[in-house]
Design a protein around this ligand. Structure first.
Ligand code: HH2
Length: 269
């Protein structure tokens, strides 16, 4: 059982599609396209978290995402809000979002957990270190998998204590967020140790820099690397796949899932 999460970046500066969907009509049309291509979830974000990105104020983020969430209400896909700001999460939850995707894993605003609980929504807790502005400045770990796992377990326990039922929580190792190429590869190789915590695991490798570094590709040419990493993550037990290119990744995952099960049709959501 797996789900594809399509990315809807309503930003001028996202690393791979910045500016393409800043106009709400373009973002809504893009969301509908991704849903038609097989995205069960649409992740709407109004602030880039790429390395070096500058913060966006709450008002700007709200103005970007609210019309898009409203426009996607009838898309048939589950709506997710990619934010760590409680006011943005609240506005999204009031407009039909049922998943809050927090790339700071409740570090920036622990009160997000109670807000999610109050709305009966789902929460994605992602591992990251520091801020986007500085997170790629020489990241270091003694044991990257152990440290990411310990962080996720700690934040999971906190979210449960704040009233979010365990079955509504997703965990994410945060590929590319304060990690070297080797850190990303180690986390993907040993993803089963994160899956072992017992919550559904979300992975986001789509078009990220380490894929380009390995294959020698610029940002628009990383679909092959995106597919390879998502298929391997599926094999290691991940269940939600956050991607820009929904159709080809959905096809790859469907074939990979059928192969792993030696069975078709396999349930895809
Ligand atoms: N990656 C990005 C943003 N949000 N959320 C989760 N849960 N996991 C991820 O790996 C993740 C995420 C970065 O990708 P993108 O949205 O394409 O870029 P930008 O942050 O520049 O908008």
């Amino acid at each position: 059982m797996h789900q594809v999460m399509g990315i809807v970046n309503v930003t001028p500066d996202s690393f791979s599609d910045g500016g393409a969907f800043l106009d709400p009509r373009a973002a809504i049309a893009h969301g509908y396209r991704l849903a038609a291509e097989g995205a069960a979830i649409l992740d709407v974000g109004g602030e880039s978290t790429r390395p070096g990105a500058q913060p966006v104020d709450e008002g700007t983020e709200l103005r970007r995402v609210v019309p898009v969430l409203e426009g996607l209400a009838q898309s048939g896909a589950q709506l997710s809000i990619d934010t760590f700001k409680p006011a943005v999460a609240r506005a999204a939850l009031e407009r039909g979002a049922t998943l809050v995707n927090d790339v700071t894993g409740l570090r920036r605003a622990p009160e997000l957990a109670a807000l999610v609980a109050e709305h009966g929504a789902q929460l994605c807790i992602m591992h990251s270190v520091g801020d986007p502005a500085t997170m790629q400045d020489d990241p270091r770990y003694e044991d990257v998998v152990g440290e990411v796992r310990a962080f996720l377990e700690r934040q999971l326990a906190f979210a449960i204590a704040e009233g979010v039922p365990r079955e509504r929580i997703l965990l994410d190792p945060g590929i590319g967020f304060g990690k070297s190429i080797e850190h990303n590869l180690t986390l993907l190789q040993r993803l089963a140790e994160i899956v072992d915590i017992g919550c559904p695991v979300l992975v986001g490798t789509s078009r990220k820099g380490f894929l380009g570094a390995i294959a020698g590709r610029d940002v628009q040419q990383r679909l092959g690397g995106t597919i390879a990493t998502n298929v391997l993550a599926l094999e290691r037990g991940a269940t939600v796949f956050r991607v820009h290119d929904v159709a080809p990744v959905a096809d790859a995952l469907a074939v990979a899932a059928a192969t792993l099960a030696a069975k078709w049709p396999t349930k895809t959501s």
